[in-house]
Design a protein around this ligand. Structure first.
Ligand SMILES: NC(=O)c1ccc[n+]([C@@H]2O[C@H](COP(=O)([O-])OP(=O)(O)OC[C@H]3O[C@@H](n4cnc5c(N)ncnc54)[C@H](O)[C@@H]3O)[C@@H](O)[C@H]2O)c1
Length: 294
């Protein structure tokens, strides 16, 4: 018997942002394997094209599209082009996102704005350009936005990222409610990955290095953990796409870790507790505590 994803996503068009690497790459490959035509959208247009070529070599259907999701006009041009070419989009996955390390008050202002432009404005611009067209076409479709376990629980030394993921979480819940008001046949999911092998920490350290030794050590440990223990992006995509296909709002990469994260948030609010002590995390990661503290 075929899976729900095999039945639901064997046809139609999917657009995945940030699909040239990591999680987006896994999602693009899996959706093409299921039978969808996949638009591999990424700021790195050449790499996106390379992924589309690889998909075609595996017998799938895809095209690369170079776009910076933080550029509203470019996103609008992309949406117009995709609808003109394919007529409809059955699955939009807002996946593009970047990380940043550092103590909150030391984060560079330009980096803060750039991260918010990509992680938050980028999702908003895609919704603004795609939702009205999806409503106009009127056939059933899905939108999945990538939040994170960091959109459920705060984590020290990565505040812009955490703030952005709480925002994506809230934006997705608002989208779900607003679409219900207009009775649109668009299903909404929030994707909450735990650790999936990707380039996110390395890219952050390359693009916006921090001088804070604790933040650097935390990112080095997270990168190491991500490579050693992170899920394979294709396997994670299979698990997450199956949940989207069955209509879940909450979509997890790792059921146990992500449910534990949601439970932790619930318990924090129920008991009105402050955020967890970050020192416990540092010890767990083997990161030395800052000098003069214990
Ligand atoms: N990897 C994880 O464990 C993990 C965990 C939780 C959440 N996430 C979320 O998953 C999503 C994907 O992350 P990843 O880990 O695969 O990262 P990644 O760095 O491996 O891939 C991100 C992709 O997004 C593209 N991108 C960056 N800025 C862009 C822009 N302005 N416009 C278009 N494309 C852009 C990059 O070129 C890259 O191909 C992110 O939203 C991230 O926050 C990842």
């Amino acid at each position: 018997m075929s899976s729900i994803a095999e039945q639901r996503f064997s046809h139609g068009t999917a657009l995945v942002t940030g699909a040239a690497a990591g999680i987006g790459n896994g999602l693009a490959r899996h959706l093409a394997d299921l039978g969808m035509f996949v638009v591999v959208a990424d700021i790195d247009g050449n790499r996106a094209e390379g992924v589309a070529v690889e998909i075609a070599e595996r017998g799938g259907r895809a095209e690369g599209y170079g776009v910076d999701v933080s550029d509203a006009a470019a996103v609008e041009t992309m949406a117009a082009a995709i609808f003109a070419r394919h007529g409809s989009v059955e699955l939009l996955i807002n996946n593009a996102g970047v990380e940043s390390a550092g103590l909150l008050w030391e984060v560079d202002g330009d980096r803060w704005r750039r991260l918010m432009q990509i992680n938050v404005d980028g999702v908003f611009y895609c919704l603004k350009s795609f939702v009205p067209r999806m409503i106009e076409v009127g056939t059933p479709s899905c939108i999945a936005n990538l939040s994170s376990v960091g959109g459920l629980n705060t984590v020290a030394v990565q505040s812009p990222y955490i703030v952005s993921k709480f925002a994506v979480q809230a934006m997705t819940e608002c989208l779900h409610q607003d679409l219900s008001i207009v009775n649109a046949p668009i299903q909404v999911s929030v994707v909450v990955p735990h650790s999936i092998r990707s380039e996110i920490f390395r890219s952050a350290q390359r693009e916006a290095p921090t001088t804070d030794p604790t933040a650097n050590a935390v990112f080095a440990a997270m990168q190491r953990d991500n490579l050693e223990k992170g899920l394979d992006p294709l396997q994670a995509a299979e698990h997450m796409v199956e949940q989207i296909a069955r209509g879940d709002f909450w979509v997890f990469s790792d059921d146990e870790m992500c449910s534990a994260s949601a439970t932790r948030r619930g318990e924090q609010l129920l008991t009105l507790s402050p955020p967890s002590n970050p020192r416990d995390m540092l010890v767990r990661m083997g990161v030395p505590l800052p000098e003069g503290t214990s």
